[in-house]
Design a protein around this ligand. Structure first.
Ligand SMILES: [Zn+2]
Ligand SMILES: [Zn+2]
Length: 207
């Protein structure tokens, strides 16, 4: 994957809003998923492989034990109990007052941690893309713009304006120094940002 298509990919995430909102969604979604339906067994019940009375028994769920109900169909509830899933008849379950699931807590912290990890990753990627762009701009400046006729003309105008003398020491100027750079509009800096300079003063300026 090249740099451009990758940055396009990041940008395409923006169809859902700003990437930061996407991250917030990523964090909220698992929390919403975690708000599982928590139920309590009203008696000792058999947890079965399939939602049928005749299907094999997986284990026994004891009275007052808490389970997560994943789904319910035809009076059979698919439940999760300490990572195990099975089916019990719905009439043996009552909704728990406690909305915080005890038995799935152990697994669900991962759902929280993983999206949180995306935050530093997002900013690292952003920083990385930013640096790539900066290097690209710098290389363009050095290799293309400074060799262009446009620059030669501008350079000439600045040297003439300053009477070809270094604005720092008064010696003959042979170079141009940027007081500021037009970061995003290469070559669009006004000549006010450019000064004529001699080689030794220029070296001092960039120390
Ligand atoms: Zn300079
Ligand atoms: Zn000088």
């Amino acid at each position: 994957m090249n740099i451009l298509s990758f940055s396009n990919f990041i940008r395409s995430l923006s169809v859902f809003g700003h990437p930061v909102y996407c991250l917030v969604l990523l964090i909220l979604l698992p929390i919403m998923l975690m708000a599982n339906n928590v139920y309590i067994a009203t008696t000792d019940i058999h947890v079965r492989i399939r939602p049928e009375k005749e299907s094999a028994i997986l284990f026994i769920l004891h009275r007052d034990e808490q389970v997560d109900v994943i789904s319910t169909q035809n009076y059979w509830s698919k439940i999760r109990y300490y990572g195990r899933t099975g089916y019990v008849h719905s009439r043996f379950l009552i909704k728990s007052e406690n909305t915080e699931s005890q038995n799935s807590k152990d697994n669900n912290w991962l759902l929280l941690i993983i999206p949180l990890l995306f935050i530093p990753i997002y900013f690292l990627i952003k920083q990385w893309l930013f640096n790539k762009q900066r290097i690209k701009r710098r290389n363009y400046y050095r290799n293309v713009y400074l060799k262009s006729e446009e620059w030669q003309r501008k350079r000439h105008v600045v040297l003439e304006r300053d009477n070809r003398t270094c604005v720092y020491c008064g010696n003959p100027a042979t170079q141009i120094h940027h007081l500021r750079y037009a970061k995003y509009n290469i070559g669009k800096e006004p000549i006010d940002w450019l000064v004529s300079i001699c080689k030794s003063c220029h070296e001092d300026q960039h120390k």
